[in-house]
Design a protein around this ligand. Structure first.
Ligand SMILES: N[C@@H](CCC(=O)N[C@@H](CS)C(=O)NCC(=O)O)C(=O)O
Length: 202
């Protein structure tokens, strides 16, 4: 299995965490987004959208972190711990994959890309979207340890990296105590692997 990504990419980290949780051996290939390697023909042949991550698993090639998470969970998580089979539970987990790909992406992620890579964006708008996602997450996490089902699921893996990387988007997590506790809880999971900006600090 080959994960095409980058050490500083939150979307790559979502996949890296599930690969670690499922103890799936893989090779990581760095696509250097800092020099535009993701827009070069070689990489566009892997993903016409010109985005990381991309996963190659034998005959299967997939892009988009959420799609890759679903694929890996369905294929390799025989106990369906990460993506439950029950239709209602699966729908609830998927709601968070959608938040990750929409509001969290358009707020926290794009703001961080602006500061990291100089990507031009409407910063005020991205910051407002980021704050509203954090407010929603903080309220939801007030009385539960993880986003759904009382245990870590794809919902947490999809949302966690870009939320934990908020300081890189120049957005403080100071006012979001429940979110900060959730980040610590995820980082305490036995399979947790760190990335720059998401090191375990305790
Ligand atoms: N919907 C995609 C978004 C992936 C994404 O935005 N990846 C970033 C790096 S973390 C990227 O490749 N950005 C370059 C671009 O969008 O041009 C996913 O969830 O994987």
């Amino acid at each position: 299995m080959i994960l095409h990504g980058h050490p500083l990419s939150g979307n790559t980290h979502k996949v890296r965490l599930l690969l670690a949780a499922l103890a799936l051996k893989h090779e990581e290939r760095v696509v250097d987004v800092t020099i535009g390697a993701h827009k070069k023909p070689d990489f566009l042949a892997l993903n016409p959208r010109g985005q990381i991550p991309v996963l190659d698993d034998g005959e299967a090639r997939l892009h988009d972190a959420q799609a890759i998470l679903v694929y890996l969970a369905r294929k390799y998580d025989r106990a369906s711990t990460w993506l439950p089979n029950d239709p209602h539970e699966q729908g609830r987990v998927t709601e968070w994959l959608s938040l990750a790909a929409n509001e969290i992406h358009n707020g926290l992620h794009v703001a961080r890309m602006h500061f990291l890579l100089g990507v031009p964006i409407a910063l005020d708008q991205a910051t407002a979207i980021a704050q509203s996602s954090l407010t929603l997450l903080d309220a939801h996490l007030a009385d539960r340890p993880f986003l759904e089902l009382g245990r870590p699921t794809l919902a947490d893996l999809a949302c966690f990296p870009c939320v934990g990387l908020a300081p890189g988007a120049k957005i403080s997590l100071e006012g979001y105590a429940n979110v900060r506790r959730w980040i610590t809880r995820i980082q305490a999971l036995p399979f947790y692997v760190a990335m720059p900006g998401l090191e375990v600090t305790r």
